[in-house]
Design a protein around this ligand. Structure first.
Ligand SMILES: [Zn+2]
Length: 108
């Protein structure tokens, strides 16, 4: 119930559905193989995920999508190409991904 994230990118990325672009985007949150590139901080929550800093997709193109994910909401910035710019939207619920669930802290 309430799962928002899917494990992607060889286990290094957490994906979520972007209703503005109508496709999945992902945050790279850990390195499994040694590669260059930025990592995002994740709050280790699946139902109300927060990532920082912001995510910029297709930044140099006309299909630019720029957003924050905060506590299960997508906060679109005003430089997005699509109609959800400047809006906040609840993340799409996903089937539970056992690989994501395995990453979560164990609740006492
Ligand atoms: Zn998008």
């Amino acid at each position: 119930m309430g799962n928002k994230l899917l494990l992607m990118g060889g286990g290094e990325e957490l994906g979520f559905f972007c209703p503005g672009c109508e496709q999945y985007h992902s945050f790279r949150f850990r390195r499994i193989e040694t590669k260059d590139g930025p990592l995002w901080r994740w709050n280790y929550m699946n139902e109300k995920p927060t990532f920082s800093p912001s995510l910029l997709v297709n930044g140099a193109t006309e299909k630019r999508c720029h957003l924050y994910v905060r506590e299960g909401l997508i906060l679109y910035l005003d430089d997005c190409w699509h109609g959800l710019r400047s809006q906040r939207v609840a993340m799409k619920e996903e089937e539970a991904d056992p690989q994501v669930l395995a990453l979560l802290p164990v609740m006492a």
